[in-house]
Design a protein around this ligand. Structure first.
Ligand SMILES: C[S@@+](CC[C@H](N)C(=O)[O-])C[C@H]1O[C@@H](n2cnc3c(N)ncnc32)[C@H](O)[C@@H]1O
Length: 215
């Protein structure tokens, strides 16, 4: 998702330091302090304009949600929606979510969401896919034992790659859906912006996985 630079974004972000973090390393191991209530933390990497994480926060007041996004002009739009919502269980983080093990302490995260991550189709860019083994290893460090990773995409090639990657790494699949919107799983599904757009053109794929062997 590329968006035009928003001249208001920088000052808007600075004015809402209670809802968005731009120096995440100061909060490692203490993310709970950013929220009103101490409750499980779930993280989405690459939130785009925030539709998914904000709706999840509305539906699940018993969970604290942290949304990571690298692009300032994109996260600023999400921030505006968080401000308007008045929600106290969602915080945003403007940073590169690639190295989550440098953003969170061990076991600090209960669940991770990867929604419509960039597909990086070229073979020479495989290591940049957020479901490649290098990233899976970092997710494991920050997830609680048996914490879930939920991954959704419209990209069949990326989904096939991701199934193999999770499987070879030793993850257990709680579920795999080859046409999410036509499945029972769709009942509780919260759509992202990309999902709304691309589900009109073809199926949405989803997997939910956990690492059963983690001690
Ligand atoms: C294809 S868009 C999907 C947005 C949203 N998840 C959705 O489904 O509508 C991918 C988003 O991930 C963000 N992104 C890509 N790499 C990232 C990274 N390393 N850290 C944080 N955000 C990232 C992009 O800026 C973009 O907003």
């Amino acid at each position: 998702m590329r968006v035009r630079k928003k001249p208001w974004a920088d000052s808007y972000i600075k004015d809402h330091a209670d809802l968005i973090v731009i120096e995440p390393k100061d909060h490692i191991g203490k993310w709970q302090n950013r929220f009103k209530a101490v409750q499980p933390i779930q993280v989405e990497i690459g939130i785009g304009k925030g539709q998914f994480i904000i709706e999840m926060a509305k539906r699940h007041p018993e969970v604290n949600f942290l949304g990571i996004e690298i692009q300032e002009s994109v996260i600023a739009v999400a921030l505006r929606k968080v401000v308007e919502s008045g929600l106290t269980n969602v915080q945003l983080v403007e940073t590169d979510g690639a190295d989550v093990d440098e953003l969170f302490g061990e076991g600090e995260v209960s669940q991770l969401y990867l929604n419509f991550s960039d597909p990086w189709p070229k073979t020479r860019h495989i290591k940049r896919r957020l479901t490649s083994p290098g990233f899976l290893a970092t997710y494991l460090k920050v997830l609680k034992p048996e914490g879930r990773i939920q991954f959704k995409t419209d990209n069949r090639q990326l989904f096939e790659y991701s199934l193999t990657s999770f499987n070879n790494f030793g993850f257990t699949f709680e579920g795999v859906w080859l046409d999410l919107h036509k499945s029972d799983q769709n009942e509780d599904n919260v759509e992202t912006e990309y999902e709304e757009k691309f589900s009109k053109k073809g199926p949405i794929y989803e997997l939910v996985a956990y690492f059963a062997l983690k001690k």
